[in-house]
Write a protein that binds this ligand. Structure first.
Ligand SMILES: *[C@@H]1O[C@H](CO)[C@@H](O)[C@H](O)[C@H]1NC(C)=O
Ligand SMILES: *[C@@H]1O[C@H](CO)[C@@H](O)[C@H](O)[C@H]1NC(C)=O
Ligand SMILES: [Ca+2]
Ligand SMILES: [Ca+2]
Length: 403
């Protein structure tokens, strides 16, 4: 039986109970982890008594669902949704469950998986000054990480001289790796927070600090509790973690129109090497907003054509300040050479592993697949209007060429 599906309906005689129970615990792989489904069996059992020869038992696996209003929720039973203080936004599990939206606001404590942290008045916009904090509690000792998905994240962007988040900031405290303060527009982006194993982990808090000018802010952050054994658990030290053979990676506050590369960033992005994939290729994203591609602009004046720059030393066209590190990066059109020159740091205004004005596909075969992003605390006057980066990645299958 597949226990990871949306739900299971088991109609059977009472004597099959032991069988279900055994399977539940075994398939769980975490023996001291009394998940909702196991409790469900016991509740149904005691409620209905031994005399019922037939009972219907519905299981929910707390899967994500979409409510009739288009918002995301978690599929649970009606009773559970009420108990957790959530709001039903539709049906799920063929009508046996409700799509439950659990939200916390300023001062709240997150005690459920899949809870949303939203601004005061959400979905209305928030135009106020203050510090809005929520505390994250592990729902279970087996939780190793929190994953934050910014379904909506629009707070004031950085100041425009040195791109520092001095107006609004989103701050994570108490986690590991330490997340940089971010600001601006981050819809669709995500980050991971690792917490200590075991029951007595020190709490993690999320804080949205809003100051200064009037601004129409909104945020809706989904907080998923990731068990240590989960296959979507990020490798150690990864602030961002991407899975899948292809995908898109963006720096925080990346936006081709109003976005600005953020200063004081220093973090690791990881891509899970999928089975039988040995390399990864990165290409800068299409820019159909600006006349020249600005989807990779880390240094120089982005109002002008700026070549890619590489390496950590040199006289010109190297990367002392802001850079992306791609281990042993090489241009794809160079890989056939017996000794391909490789670089680590890439910066400038064009994405390539050598100095050029032409965007180029870059290959790395170092596993695990990692990128390090670093920016210092200044932009002006050398750097102007940098937007950060957006890269599409595609993993490359293991072949004779890539091993
Ligand atoms: C629901 O979640 C998906 C995937 O996590 C996300 O892309 C989408 O924007 C979310 N929808 C809303 C209305 O927040
Ligand atoms: C939280 O929910 C996600 C699915 O949305 C699931 O993968 C994860 O295992 C759940 N965490 C716990 C601790 O049950
Ligand atoms: Ca810069
Ligand atoms: Ca800089």
């Amino acid at each position: 039986m597949n226990w990871t599906g949306f739900y299971q309906i088991c109609i059977c005689g009472a004597f099959c109970l032991a069988g279900i129970r055994g399977e539940t615990w075994m398939q769980n792989g975490e023996n001291n982890y009394p998940r909702q489904k196991a409790k469900g069996v016991e509740n149904s059992f005691s409620r209905m008594g031994r005399f019922l020869s037939l009972f219907t038992f519905v299981q929910f696996d707390n899967q994500a669902c979409t409510g009739s209003n288009g918002e995301n929720g978690t599929c649970v039973s009606q009773t559970d949704c009420q108990r957790k203080g959530g709001t039903s936004i539709g049906n799920c599990a063929s009508g046996y469950g409700v799509c439950c939206s659990m939200t916390v606001k300023c001062g709240g404590i997150v005690r459920e998986n899949g809870t949303f942290f939203v601004n005061e008045g959400y979905p209305d916009l928030y135009n106020g000054v203050g510090s809005c904090q929520v505390t994250l509690m592990k729902i279970n000792p087996v939780v190793c990480q929190f994953r934050l998905d910014f379904d909506v994240m629009n707070i004031m962007g950085p100041e425009t001289i040195n791109h520092i988040c001095i107006n609004d900031q989103f701050i994570v405290s108490g986690g590991n790796p330490s997340a940089p303060a971010i600001c601006g527009r981050n819809d669709g982006n995500h980050l991971y927070i690792a917490v200590e194993k075991g029951p007595s982990a020190s709490p993690v808090s999320l804080n949205v600090v809003t100051t200064g000018d009037s601004f129409q802010r909104s945020w809706k952050i989904r907080i998923t509790q990731i068990p240590c054994s989960s296959e979507v658990k990020a490798e150690n030290g990864c602030l961002q973690y991407f899975t899948g053979v292809s995908g898109q990676i963006k720096s925080f506050n990346y936006d081709l129109t109003t976005g600005r590369q953020l200063s004081n960033q220093d973090y690791t992005i990881c891509v899970r090497a999928e089975r039988n994939f040995c390399g990864i290729q990165y290409t800068q994203c299409v820019d159909n907003v600006n006349t020249r591609y600005q989807s990779f602009t880390l240094s120089g004046n982005s109002n002008q054509a700026v070549p890619s720059m590489v390496g950590s030393t040199g006289n010109t066209n190297f990367c002392p300040n802001d850079y992306l590190i791609i281990p042993m990066a090489t241009n794809v059109d160079r890989v056939v050479q017996s000794r391909s020159p490789t670089v680590d740091r890439i910066c400038g205004g064009t994405f390539s592993a050598d100095v050029t004005q032409t965007p180029t596909t870059v290959l790395s075969t170092v596993r695990p697949f990692l990128l390090f992003f670093h920016t210092d605390s200044t932009e002006n006057p050398m750097d102007q209007e940098n937007k950060g980066f957006c890269l599409n990645y595609v993993q490359q299958p293991c072949t004779n060429r890539l091993q």
